[in-house]
Design a protein around this ligand. Structure first.
Ligand SMILES: [Zn+2]
Length: 188
């Protein structure tokens, strides 16, 4: 009986994760990766629960974004990506220091934590630039580690994102923002 209960709870969590990701307009491939549900099941969930709901949810097809430039192109973007990266670290979706990154595929518990991180980010930033899929791209790109890395600022000690291939290395976006604000206030 216990095994049946556990399995039921597992199925319920999987279903809830898919629903949660659909409300964030995640792509089918992203939902499949995290939940292990088939494209057909995901399509049916969308059709039965969201298609004719009061609040329309778009179903995005195709591939998730994979470029990294938009994540660090400006100080504002680097700052926002850094906020989300810090939340991903706090939720143990990313390990900041070199080490084994947690397994994400079909990991329902971490999938919910990823949603939580993204929802907190949206709650913190007045007009967030990153949608859910860009948040997912950020997590994957940092985990891949070939283009994006995490640095810690010696002055303000926040973690921020660096483009590993850019020269010179980008500065801490939090400290850069403070310098910009100060120089603007002395100009006026
Ligand atoms: Zn700093």
């Amino acid at each position: 009986m216990r095994a049946t209960d556990d399995r039921y709870r597992g199925e319920q969590a999987r279903f809830e994760l898919a629903m949660r990701m659909i409300t964030h307009e995640a792509r089918t491939g992203t939902i499949r990766y995290w939940t292990g549900l088939s494209d057909d099941r995901i399509r049916k969930l969308y059709a039965s629960y969201f298609k004719y709901a009061g609040r329309p949810v778009r179903r995005r097809r195709g591939r998730s974004p994979s470029q990294i430039a938009p994540l660090v192109r400006s100080t504002q973007r680097a700052l926002e990506s850094g906020v989300l990266a810090n939340l991903l670290i706090a939720n143990r979706l990313l390990i900041a220091d070199i080490g084994d990154q947690p397994k994400l595929k079909s990991n329902i518990r971490l999938g919910h934590r990823f949603c939580e991180s993204y929802e907190t980010y949206v709650g913190l930033i007045p007009r967030p630039l990153l949608n859910f899929e860009w948040g997912w791209n950020l997590l994957l790109s940092i985990r891949r580690g070939d283009e994006l890395g995490i640095a810690r600022c010696d002055d303000c000690s926040i973690c921020y994102i660096v483009d590993r291939l850019a020269l010179p290395r980008n500065q801490c976006p939090a400290c850069s923002t403070i310098i910009e604000i100060r120089s603007e206030s002395t100009r006026h």
